[in-house]
Write a protein that binds this ligand. Sequence first.
Ligand SMILES: Cc1cc2nc3c(=O)[nH]c(=O)nc-3n(C[C@H](O)[C@H](O)[C@H](O)COP(=O)(O)O)c2cc1C
Length: 194
Amino acid sequence: MLIEEAIRNRASIKVFSMEEVSADLIERCLDAAVWAPNHHMTEPWSFRVLTGDAREMLARVAKDEMVRRATGLDVAVAQAKAFKERQKLLSAPAIVAVYSDAGPDEKTTRENFAASAAAAQNILLMAQSLGLASIWRTSATYEYPGVRQALKVPEGSTFVGALFLGYSAQREVRRRRTPAAEKTLWITEDNPLA
Ligand SMILES: Cc1cc2nc3c(=O)[nH]c(=O)nc-3n(C[C@H](O)[C@H](O)[C@H](O)COP(=O)(O)O)c2cc1C
């Protein structure tokens, strides 16, 4: 598949069939991730792959965290929130949570995050080229101390995204973008630096 095709045809998919994604396909996505550019070769990314029962286990840890943080009547609200989060976690057969290492200073940490986001996009594009559907999701779940501990996430690292992978069970989605030309200024002789 041409890279342009993968880029243009990738779409965020929210409804997946329950068909499993083979470990081989997930590994191919991860192998693509680590070829992302990264300053000073920090290779700041780390991945946590959740399939099958692991998603249910994560939902349980997240629920414990949500309920523990709630007080009084909020407990019912937290339980409802946890139920919704569980539904979400079980909606895709595979989830790749991406974390980015902290650097020795703020600049490096920021650059690491940019590199890890590029790695995440590599996963989405590789998934697209392998016929997989995907969505990049964020949620407080992956940042809870209990969840970080359960996932053995490196100390100080930042959550980048949870990439849900599977096979689409959704009708084609309509997507829209502002043309690049409207976001671009060409600096030329006729249109020089200010
Ligand atoms: C950093 C980031 C976080 C996102 N978080 C969510 C999310 O929590 N839930 C969700 O439905 N989509 C999430 N998305 C997906 C965007 O909503 C989606 O990319 C956007 O609507 C454009 O659609 P497209 O991916 O089909 O082009 C996220 C995307 C990015 C890059």
